[in-house]
Design a protein around this ligand. Structure first.
Ligand code: HPA
Length: 236
């Protein structure tokens, strides 16, 4: 049994490939819906994690919580203490581009942040970091309709910013979507010489106020989860 400050489980109960939704209950949903012979392997702080088999391949689904701080803790501990090699985040995002529509599936090829995450972490001033080409190619092979591009990672939920227009003006012009965890994941993966990817489903848009039905949202999430699970089968 390994006990880190935030995870308590046996090393062999964690696969070398991990899917990371933000929401603990989504981890439970994925295990119940897609995995055979699954077990709950972590419940410290209710950050639920399950390991089971998808088409015979051992996969762990481990929730990350929200924000770079929470993601940074869990991905670091999984890579460093549990010998995880690959993490695919599966989350939701806002659209920053007219071409990116509600319910689109996005692959983040790099994450930009204006925060000082890298400076605090390792005293270097990095604001953009790429995801794993190896994982991205496998994912795009499963569904070539997925839109890919640079995403922005913020420390504040952008809908609550006091001056969102100023914020958006400061950002690089080629950003397609916003979320709150990918920079921490990609940065720590690079630092520890591991692989990380991030698939996102668009749940909010600067350009579209229409409400999406819960069944559309659910079907779309399922598509993203299935692409991620199928990609896991190809990973060595
Ligand atoms: N911004 C940041 N993170 C998000 C959003 C958003 O609009 N939607 C879902 N996660």
């Amino acid at each position: 049994m390994i006990e880190t400050p935030h995870i308590k489980c046996n090393k062999e109960d964690i696969s070398n490939i991990v899917l990371m939704p933000g929401d603990p209950l989504r981890a439970k949903f994925i295990a119940e819906t897609y995995l055979k012979d699954y077990n709950l392997v972590n419940n410290v702080r209710n950050m639920l994690a399950y390991t089971g088999y998808y088409k015979g391949k051992k996969i762990t689904v481990f929730s990350s919580g929200m924000g770079m701080a929470s993601m940074g803790i869990y991905c670091y501990e999984l890579y460093k203490f549990f010998d995880v090699k690959y993490i695919i985040r599966i989350g939701s995002c806002g659209s920053n581009n007219k071409e990116i529509k509600l319910l689109d599936t996005i692959l983040s090829t790099s994450s930009y942040t204006e925060t000082n995450f890298s400076y605090t972490y390792s005293s270097v001033d990095v604001h953009e970091i790429e995801s794993s080409n190896y994982l991205n190619e496998i994912i795009l092979n499963k569904d070539n309709t997925i839109k890919q591009g640079k995403t922005v990672c913020s420390m504040v939920f952008d809908a609550y910013m006091e001056n969102k227009e100023e914020y958006n003006k400061r950002l690089p012009k080629d950003i397609i979507a916003s979320e709150m965890e990918a920079f921490a994941l990609f940065y720590i993966a690079k630092m520890l010489k591991k692989d990380a990817a991030c698939l996102l489903t668009v749940s909010d848009s600067l350009y579209d106020n229409s409400k999406i039905s819960s069944s559309d949202r659910q079907n779309n999430l399922k598509h993203m989860i299935e692409v991620a699970l199928e990609a896991c089968l190809e990973v060595l």
